[in-house]
Design a protein. Structure first.
Length: 301
């Protein structure tokens, strides 16, 4: 369970969101999934991220997702909602909604309606920080075209605006730059396929995709990768190699569909996505199915 003093630490699963056949949100199945992840050893959930397809939700649905996650969470289980929005005032409103619902921290993208300049990025984070919940910045320049560079992260951290960063660039060298420029800024693994590398580099959290499907194995892998004990790293490496063909789907454009398909194969409710995300091609489906079945055949769960 999460550290009460630093509730953004540990494994927070970017929860996939189940839908009914008519693509309305299945809130009962979502609550059950949150409880499943808690029972699997995860430290928390990060609803309303990309895996939660928040961009396709109505305001009412998005708010209810956060409320459902908080209500389903057992004591000590963190809830870190994504509060991304095109407008800074809107992002602040989502942060206020999360705080009112009982969330323990926030995950915030930079402004991404356009390639925002440095000053706009800083003001965006300042606005949302007024709400008072700890903010983990989400750096995904691949999709947002706004790069939270180590220097910019250091600026935000030193003025007390953010407590950590979800690092999704895939560039593991950044962890060392960030530690040099902003000692104390917490690095959270942002892509499943650099788990071991960023764990070795000092990460204290993981905002995770594939624990939606196999929480117990992936949580144990995270613990081994971040313990700092060389013996644990030696134990982690063969597991990481076994899982890596599956984990790397988390860094592909179709990661939401991929993780949901893997969940379906594992007997969980993944299901369809809302448009504009389309169904996977037959070729993609075959590859993901083979990678998923290979992991399950080895007893990972």
């Amino acid at each position: 369970m999460t550290n009460p003093a630093k509730p953004w630490h540990g494994v927070h699963v970017a929860t996939a969101l189940p839908f009914h056949a008519d693509l309305s949100v299945d809130f009962d199945a979502f609550a059950e999934h949150v409880r499943f992840l808690a029972a699997g050893g995860c430290d928390g959930v990060a609803p309303n991220g990309s895996l939660g397809e928040y961009q396709t939700l109505t305001a009412e649905e998005r708010a209810r997702v956060v409320e459902t996650a908080v209500q389903a969470a057992p004591e000590g289980f963190g809830v870190m909602p994504g509060v991304a929005a095109y407008g800074s005032q809107e992002a602040r409103r989502w942060a206020e909604q999360a705080a009112e619902a009982g969330a323990t921290s926030l995950l915030l993208l930079p402004p991404n309606a356009y390639r925002a300049e440095r000053a706009a990025v800083v003001e965006h984070y300042r606005e949302v920080a007024k709400v008072g919940l700890p903010i983990v910045a989400y750096n995904n320049p691949i999709d947002t075209k706004v790069d939270l560079t180590p220097g910019l992260l250091a600026e935000l951290f030193h003025e007390g605006t953010i407590v950590g960063v979800k690092e999704f660039t895939g560039d593991v060298r950044r962890a060392y730059q960030i530690a040099e420029l902003a000692p104390g800024l917490d690095i959270l693994i942002g892509a499943d396929d650099v788990l071991l590398e960023l764990g070795m580099a000092g990460a204290v959290g993981w905002i995770a995709g594939y624990p939606n499907m196999i929480p117990r194995t992936t949580v144990e892998l995270y613990r081994l990768a971040t313990s700092g004990d060389p013996a644990d790293l030696a134990r982690a490496l063969p597991v990481y190699r076994d899982l890596h063909p599956l984990l790397r789907w988390d860094s592909k454009t179709e990661f939401v569909q991929s993780i949901k398909l893997s969940m379906d194969i594992a007997g969980l409710k993944g299901g369809a996505c809302r448009p504009p995300r389309l169904p996977l091609s037959p070729e993609q489906t075959a590859l993901i199915t083979a990678d998923t079945e290979a992991v399950l055949a080895k007893g990972y769960k």
